[in-house]
Design a protein around this ligand. Sequence first.
Ligand code: SF4
Length: 909
Amino acid sequence: MLEQSLVPKTLNPVGETTKTTCPYCGVGCGVLATPVADEQGKISIDIKGDPDHPSNFGRLCSKGSALGETVDLDGRLLYPSINGARSDWETTLKLVADKFNDTIKKHGPDSVAFYVSGQILSEDYYVANKLMKGFIGSANIDTNSRLCMASSVAGHKKAFGTDTVPGTYEDLEHADLIVLVGSNLAWCHPVIYQRIAAAKEQRPNLKVVLVDPRRTMTNDLADLHLAIRPDGDCALFSGLLTHLENNKNLDQNYIDNYTNGFDVALNMASNLSLENIIEQTGLSADEINQFYTMFAETQKTVTVYSQGVNQSVSGTDKVSAIINCHLATGRIGKIGMGPFSITGQPNAMGGREVGGLANTLACHMDLENEDHRNLVQTFWDAPTIATSQGAKAVEMFDKVASGDIKAIWIMATNPVDSLPNSSAVEAALEKCPFVVVSDVVEHTDTIRYANVKLPALAWGEKDGTVTNSERRISHQKAFLSAPSEATSDWWQMCEVAKHMGFATAFNYTNVSEIFKEYAALSAHQNNDTRDFDIGAYADIANDEYETLKPFLWPLTKDTAQKGNIISNHRFFAQGNFYTTDRKARFIAVEAKQSEVTEFSFPLALNTGRVRDHWHTMTRTAKTPRLSAHMAEPFCEIHPKDAQKYKIQEAGIVEVESAIGAIRVRALITDRVQEGAVFVPLHWTDQYASNGRVDKLVPPVLDPFSGQPAYKNTGVIIRPFEAKTYGFAICRELPKEINAPYWAKAKCIGGWRIEFAFAKKQDTSNLITNILGLKKDDANISFEDETSGIERFVWFNKEQAHQMEAAIFVAPTPVEVSRSWAVDLLSTRHEDPQERFRIIAGRPSQDVPDKGAIVCSCFFVGANEIADAVKAGNISVQAIGKCLNAGTNCGSCKSEISQIISENQAIAAE
Ligand code: SF4
C-alpha cells in the first residue's frame, strides 16, 4: 500500500485500467495498471500482465509485478533548481538555453553534448536527436544503450547494411535449437525465459545450449552448458563455420544468391585449429563437437545473444562470427531461425531507430551518407546537419574531462555509476563548467554534480512509445498525473530549443505530433531503401495515438492500407539486405586469445544483473519485496579461489583492479569458474559504502562499436580483515551510516543494514554510527565478553509492542536469520517474555527459519523450499502447490528447480 501523503494522483477513476508497457528490460511486456481503493479509501496501483500483448501474453516477472510499489513520490525530484536553489521553469530553461548558446558561440557546436538513455521514450529521443544533430549541428549525442548493445548494432550494420533484428519472439517457440550466448535470460529477460521454458515443456525435443562462463540460473533450461572462457566466443563460432563447411551443412544457394565474402570469412576461420579453439574457449573437444553437431543438424536454430557478447573488446567480432554461421546455413528470417540480439533496456531499440547514437542519423539513416543527411536536413528544415560522428559515451566523458566539452545535459541515466572508470567520470563532471541533469530522483551519484536539476516524469506519468527487442513498438501510457513541477523530457528539450532560437521546429503541442513526424520521416523517400518504415502512422491523429496498439515494424503505408496492421514481418529470408547490392556481407573474424590478465590481477571479473534489481536501483530499491532477494553487493568466488585468497564465507572481500577497489560481501560458489569472479552492477553510493563495480572496469572499448568491455577485467581479491561484523534493522533510517563497510536495503516496516569494522568498536559509538541511537536507551540488551557477541533492541516508547530497532554484533559474520529478523519490524511484540527471543537471534522452534528469500512475490525462503522437497515435493509445480512459490510471476522457478536438485537426493533416502 502506498503512503497516502506520497501518492501521486491517478488520471483514471478507481477500477479503470490503463494498458501500458513495462519500463525495465528489452522484453517490453504489456502491463495493465489499475487504481484500486481499500476499505479506508487508500489508493494503490494493481499491476497485471496484459494478456493481449504479443510479447508477454499476460506474463510479468518479479520486477514488472512489483511496479505498483515503485510509483510513490518518496525521494522524487519535484521542482527545477539552479546551483542547489529552487527555481522556476522559465528561468531554468532560459539559463540552460543561454549557457548552451554561449558555449557554442565561443567554442563551436562540439563543445556541448547530450548523454541520454534507453529509459527515455522514442519521442523524447527523437527531439533530442533533432535538436543536437539538426539545429546545434553536432553529433555529440549518445546514450547509455552504447553500454549494452552497440556491438550488436555494429555487427548488424556490417552484415546487413542496417541495424536490423531479423526475427521475432515467436521464432524462439518454433525453434528446435536455441543457443544462448552470454545471456542470463532467467534473471535478465525473465519473460523470454518463461516463453522458452513453456515451449520446451510442450516440445521436449527443443534443445537449449547455454554458452556462458558462469553456471547461471538459465542453466536450468540448458541441455548443454558450455562454460566458455571469457571472450572465447569468436573462436567458438569461427570453428563452427569451418565445421559447417567441412560437414557440408552449408546452404550454398543462399550463400550464392544473397551474400558476399563467404570465402574470405571461411579462410580466416579455417586458420583456427581445434587446439586453438580448445585453448581460446577452455572447452573440451567433446563439448565443442557436441555443440557443433547439434547446430549443424538442426535447421530451426535461433542464436540469442546479449551483454555477454556485446560488452567485450571483441563484441562486434563476436556478433559477426554468430551472424556468419546463420548466413552460411541460410537460417535467417525464416520461422524458428536467425541470430537474435536481445536488448537490455526498455527502449534501447527505440533509441537506435530515432538515431540516438553518436554515429547514426534518424530513422536508421546514416550520418556519413550525404543523401541521407540532405534528406533529413530538408525534412526537418534544419539550418545545419552534423556531418561526422560525435563522441560515443566513454569518449564523451573523456572530452568532458579534457575540457573539449564544456556543457553537458544528462537525461535519465547515472553515468557516475554505469560508465567504466566511473571515478574518472565523477572527476570530469566535478570540473565541467555546466552540467544539467534531468531525472526523476532527487539523490543519485550523478545528480550531485548538476548545476541545474530538471524534474522529469517517471513511469506511469510519462507518455510515449518504446520498441522492444523484436522490433515491436508499444505505447507506454500515463495513468498518473504529473507530480508537483515535474515535466516530460520532450517538453523540456523543446522549451530549451525554443529559447535557443528554434521555436518553429520544436513547436509540438503534444507527444503524438512528435510520433507523427517521426513516422513520416521514416517513410519519406523510403520505397524499401531503408528497413525502418512506420509510414502507416505518418498521418496519425491524436485520438488514434491514444489507443495505439503494439505493432511490429516495418509497417508501411501500403501494408496498413491492405489492413495488415498486426504484421509478423521477418527480414532477409530471401536476401534483400540494405547494402548497396542488397546482399549480406560475411565478415572475416580473426579470433584471438583474449588478453592475458596481468600477473598482479589474476582473476577475471565479470559484471551483470541480479534477478530483482534494475540498473542503479533508483526504482527497484524502493520495494521491500525486490530488495529481499539480494540485499547487499556481493562477489561470487569459486571455492578454490576462496581458499587460495583466504576469503571466508559471508566475510567482506576487497576486489581491486588496476584503477580502483571496492568492498562487497563474499559469496563462495562453484557457479563461477576457478580464476573468475562476478560482481553485480547495481549498487551505488546511495545503498552501499563502496560497491560501485564500474570503479574497477577500465575504459577498454570494442574498436568498432565503442562499447566497453565489462565482462573481463583483471582483479585481485583479498579479505577485509574485519574485527566487528553486524546486522541491524530499524524503522527509521539514520541520516548517515558511518562504517568502513555498510549496505542498506528496504524491508517491510523499515530498513536492514549490514556493516563491518576493521577494529573492535566501542559499543556506544558503534550504535550511534550505525543507527543514530543511544545504547543506554535500549530496552533489551545482551553482551558477552567471551564470545564478543552483543545484541540490543529498542521498542517504541508509547507503543511498547512495536519494535523500533535491533542490532546484532559479533567478531565473525553474524549468524542471524535475516528473513526472521526483518519480520520483527512488522510483528506485534505483546508478550514481554517473547521479546527476549529477539536477543537469542533466532525464531522460536514453532517459527521455522525461512532462509534467504527465493520467491519475492510470496516471501518464500530457501529453507522452506528445501524442507518441502525433503517432504517429497520434487517438482516446481509441487512446490508451487504447497508453498505458492513460483506461482505468481514465475521468476524464481529456476532457483526453485536448483534447490530441488540439491535436495532431491535427501528426499529419495
Ligand atoms: Fe518488465 Fe520483466 Fe517483462 Fe522485462 S521481463 S519487460 S522486466 S516484466
